[in-house]
Ligand binder design. Sequence first.
Ligand SMILES: Nc1nc2c(c(=O)[nH]1)N[C@H]1C(S)=C(S)[C@@H](COP(=O)(O)O)O[C@H]1N2
Ligand SMILES: [Mo]
Length: 199
Amino acid sequence: MAVVSRGFRGRPGDTHHKLPPGQYETTDFPVLSAGPTPRVDRDAWEFTIRTETGARHSWDWAQFMALPSQTPTVDLHCVTKWSKFATEWQGVSLDVLLEDVETAAEFALVHSYGGYTTNLPLEDLLDGKAWIAYRYDGEELAPEHGGPARLLVPHLYLWKSAKWVRGIHLLLEDEPGFWESAGYHDYGDPWREQRYQGD
Ligand SMILES: Nc1nc2c(c(=O)[nH]1)N[C@H]1C(S)=C(S)[C@@H](COP(=O)(O)O)O[C@H]1N2
Ligand SMILES: [Mo]
C-alpha cells in the first residue's frame, strides 16, 4: 500500500524529501549575495578559528586540502522560501576543524571574505551537522556560490551557510551577524519557520 503524507515529496528512485513550512521546491540553484562576489585566491586563502582566549588555529589551502573530507548530500532551505533537495557537496566537517580547539565558548560568529557575518550556537557546528565545503555537484565550488570555500550548515536557513568563509570566532556571549542584526531570527530553524525576530 502506498502511503502519502502531506508535506512529503517523492521522486522515483530517490529518498523522500520533506519541505519545511512555507517553502517550495526549486531545482535551480539561485545566487543570493548581499554584495559583490569577492575573488579569493587559493594561494592567499586562510581559514582561522579564534577562541575566546584569543588562541588561533589556522589552515592554508594546502593544509585544509590535506584534512579528511566528507561528501554530504543535503537539502537546502532559504528564508526567501525556496528549498533545493539532495545537493551534493564535498567538505571538511567542523568536527575535524574543532577537534584540537580548547574552548568554553557556546557561540560562534562566522566571518567571510567581503565582511559578511552570521552567528549560531557552537553545538550547531558539531556532531556531523556542518562542513566547510569546497566542491559542489562534482566541481570546484563556483565563486558566486561561495568558492573557494563556504560554510554548509543545512539544518538552518541558508543565510547561516556563510559563503567565502575565512574564519570563526568562538564567543562566550552570542553576537548577531549581518542578517541577524537586520531583523532576521537569531537561530533560523526552517522546521519551526524562524524567519524573523519574534517568530
Ligand atoms: N558571505 C556571504 N555568505 C552568504 C550570503 C552573503 O550575502 N554573503 N548570503 C546568504 C544567503 S541569504 C543565502 S540564501 C545563501 C545563498 O547561497 P547561494 O548563493 O549559494 O544560493 O548564502 C548565504 N551566505
Ligand atoms: Mo537567503
